[in-house]
Design a protein around this ligand. Structure first.
Ligand code: ES4
Ligand code: ZN
Length: 326
């Protein structure tokens, strides 16, 4: 209906998007062929058939294997540029994108190659699409804090090309408190700081991200619902939660969208917004996430508008720019 058409066209801020998670099966196969990389899939259908996840870890295993086809600066450019074109068509006007440098440097891809490709695509997005893009480097939490610190130091020659530090990968048994020093270093460098917390992990990991890492936003954060004191704090401080409903369903956090707590988080006064996480793997970009979730939960036009406005409230942009969108 009318609301769906409005939502599709509405200007959006994408704040929770892993660039490696925009690798569509077609490009995965094309890059594998280009570089002579062996993949266990014969065709696009076989790749898609493998996307039947049972948990975050079952997804990450495939996701890191898929990223193995990314080899040179052209690949990183092509990946990001394809995403930016999709995003612009989806109404995205501002994107804060995650990249996982350790996934690539561990395979012998130099940091310079990564930035060369990603920054070229970022420049094109601004000039050809009017899309503003900012990069947030994520520390892989299944690796050690020292490895995270080494990643941040190796990225410092490219400091002007990223705005923040994040924390992602396997949440279970990798609590935020293990990464205090790398987040301290990031804050001292003037970087914005965010962390995945409360996706599958307990509310205590959200407390740790806030109190020990001193993050400015929580990625996912849906498990906060099980902790009333935490809900009150998030509401009072308007700590943004970047929520990804299709991701949560694909990774079996909820059985289907009608069971997603987005409406309850919104009703509790939290600054929640809707994003896409790894859209090539989870079956939808930000517009799909919004439209399908609003429909499944029967959210009102006013609530839908709130979700969009919260995205711009949560974005790392200057106040005049924010005022233009709000
Ligand atoms: C991720 Cl869905 C999700 N959770 C944690 N880390 C990630 N990296 C890429 N997608
Ligand atoms: Zn994520």
């Amino acid at each position: 209906g009318r609301l769906v058409e409005l939502l599709k066209r509405a200007p959006k801020a994408e704040l929770h998007l892993h660039i490696e998670g925009t690798l569509e099966p077609e490009m995965m196969l094309a890059l594998a062929r280009r570089h002579g990389v062996a993949l266990p899939y014969a065709d696009v259908e076989a790749v898609r058939a493998a996307y039947a996840f049972t948990s975050l870890q079952s997804f990450l295993d495939l996701y890191y294997a898929g990223a193995g086809v990314l080899r040179d600066a052209q690949d990183f450019h092509d990946l990001a540029w394809a995403y930016f074109q999709r995003a612009a068509a989806d109404g995205v006007v501002h994107a804060e994108c995650f990249v996982d440098p350790q996934t690539h440097t561990a395979r012998g891809i130099p940091m310079a190659v990564l930035f060369e490709g990603l920054v070229a695509a970022q420049r094109r997005a601004q000039t050809e699409l009017g899309l503003s893009v900012q990069w947030i480097l994520c520390v892989l939490r299944h690796l050690s804090e020292d490895e995270g610190l080494a990643m941040l130091e190796a990225a410092l020659p490219y400091r002007e090309h990223f705005i923040g530090l994040g924390l992602d990968s396997s949440e279970r048994d990798h609590p935020p408190r293990q990464f205090v020093r790398v987040f301290e270093r990031a804050r001292a460098l003037g970087l914005h700081v965010v962390a995945h917390a409360g996706e599958e992990g307990p509310p205590d990991y959200i407390w740790q991200a806030l109190d020990l890492l001193q993050v400015q936003r929580i990625d996912h954060g849906v498990q906060a619902l099980h902790d009333p004191a935490l809900m009150q704090r998030l509401a009072r401080e308007r700590v943004p939660l970047t929520v990804c409903p299709l991701s949560n369903v694909k990774l079996c956090v909820y059985p289907d969208l009608t069971r997603h707590p987005l409406g309850r988080l919104l009703d509790a006064g939290l600054c929640v917004s809707v994003h896409s996480d790894d859209p090539a793997y989870f079956g939808g970009y930000v517009g799909d996430n919004l439209v399908q979730t609003v429909a499944a939960l029967g959210l009102s036009a006013r609530q839908a508008w709130r979700l969009l406005a919260n995205g711009f409230e949560a974005a790392f942009i200057d106040e005049p720019t924010r005022a233009r969108y709000l």
